[in-house]
Design a protein around this ligand. Structure first.
Ligand SMILES: Cc1cc2nc3c(=O)[nH]c(=O)nc-3n(C[C@H](O)[C@H](O)[C@H](O)COP(=O)(O)OP(=O)(O)OC[C@H]3O[C@@H](n4cnc5c(N)ncnc54)[C@H](O)[C@@H]3O)c2cc1C
Length: 383
């Protein structure tokens, strides 16, 4: 019997949902991928289409316009995109933004933004990183000062912002009290269409994730009303960011494992077709051993990631364990895809083969969402 990597969290309803996701990806996202890779973004129409089909904010409650599902519904979307190396829509950052609003926003903020995010009308982005600081989030310099009318004025710049070009809603991590580190940070909600002084800078050229927009953002005296402070209480930004880390880090672990599965399946197909020295490449002992090792890593990873999925849904996934999922997933993804690519020979280096894209896309998984070194710090603190 062929090895299968079944998810312990799936069920027949989720299988049906997965079919809808796959249909959307194959019929609506994949055909535009080449153009998106050239343009550096997928455009708004495909986001709206995903919204119409109920594929955005799937784990946000229905009374806020979401799908009323749970983390597994989000996971299905990430998995099916990652296994096909289709990275144009950063639905995970969109979901993370929606969760900040759901978990920390005021009732008015939830009502105002979540239904539009679920419909794909507002693409979400989160702007923490700045040219001068990434890992050390507490050192950000983007400043938000109270205006005489009680609102906020934002000045500063952000970089490497996923969905930055298409975003209609940006959560901006700002210093509201520069004298303090963590306690001086607040998150302000910026609706980009109504924010004079807001400007998208360069759409950044990258070695991977070519179809996904990653941009610089500039805030020159951007004024937002008092009600745009996330949760309504100043100085809560760092706490808000930290409390959602298990969700964010598990997403990267889920995507990493799905990318490994996609690479493994593509490689299996390739080595069965490719002939070397008069027989299929699949019959060389090295090939068989490499794929046996990879299948074993995926099977072991599946057990761990699935356990994290169950714990996240039960509310018991701690940040250190989620950081292990991100660390293990992203590091193993890099190694596994490198070994898969080797089995493609020169074809693995050619852009027309998805394994080539998987290789370059994998690299950043060890950097964004907290680097591998930061993951080790977090895990080490919990030892
Ligand atoms: C494609 C892409 C998309 C991104 N999307 C977003 C986004 O949507 N929003 C956002 O806010 N940011 C985003 N980022 C930024 C990303 O989160 C940061 O790049 C990352 O956190 C690292 O920060 P840095 O680049 O400033 O590196 P630095 O913090 O300067 O780190 C440089 C090196 O030093 C190491 N290092 C740092 N601190 C320590 C330490 N204490 N101990 C040991 N080693 C350490 C790091 O691990 C790394 O190897 C994105 C980045 C990329 C590349």
């Amino acid at each position: 019997m062929a090895i299968r990597f079944d998810r312990s969290w799936s069920d027949p309803d989720l299988d049906l949902y997965r079919d809808t996701v796959v249909r959307f990806i194959e019929e609506e996202l994949a055909p535009g991928d080449e153009a998106a890779r050239r343009d550096g973004h997928v455009g708004h129409a495909v986001w709206r289409r995903a919204g119409e089909l109920g594929l955005l904010c799937a784990d946000i409650p229905e009374d806020h316009g979401g799908g009323g599902g749970d983390f597994r519904h989000e996971a299905v979307v990430y998995e099916e995109m990652a296994r096909r190396a289709l990275t144009g829509m950063n639905t995970s950052v969109h979901a993370i933004v929606a969760h900040y609003i759901l978990n920390h926003g005021t009732q008015a903020q939830k009502q105002k933004y979540l239904p539009r995010m679920a419909r794909g009308e507002l693409v979400g982005a989160i702007a923490m990183t700045e040219p001068g600081t990434g890992s050390d989030l507490q050192a950000i310099r983007t400043r938000a000062e109270r205006t005489p009318g009680g609102g906020w004025r934002i000045d500063g710049s952000k970089t490497f912002i996923s969905n930055g070009y298409l975003a209609g809603l940006v959560l901006v991590a700002c210093k509201t009290d520069p004298a303090q580190r963590a306690r001086g940070i607040s998150i302000l909600i910026v609706e980009t269409a109504q924010a004079p002084g807001f400007r998208v800078g360069r759409m950044l050229a990258k070695m991977g994730l070519k179809a996904q927009d990653t941009s610089e953002l500039f805030f020159d005296g951007v004024q937002v009303p008092a009600e745009n402070l996330l949760g309504g209480e100043e100085g809560q930004g760092f706490r808000q960011l930290m409390s959602d880390l298990p969700y964010e880090r598990l997403i990267i672990g889920v995507m990493a494992l799905a990318a490994m599965e996609g690479a493994y399946e593509a490689t299996l197909r390739y080595v069965r077709e490719r002939e070397v020295f008069g027989k299929p490449l699949a019959e060389q002992q090295n090939t068989r051993f490499k794929l046996a090792e990879i299948a074993t890593q995926i099977a072991a990873g599946r057990a761990f990631i699935d356990q994290c999925v169950h714990r996240l849904m039960a509310g018991t996934l701690d940040t250190a364990t989620a950081s292990m999922a991100k660390l293990w997933g992203s590091e193993t993804q890099g190694r596994v895809i490198d070994e898969c690519l080797q089995l493609f020979g020169g074809y693995g280096f050619m852009d027309e083969y998805p394994i080539s894209r998987m290789y370059t896309d994998a690299r950043v998984q060890r950097i964004y969402g907290g680097t591998s070194e930061i993951m080790k710090e977090v895990i080490a603190r919990a030892l």
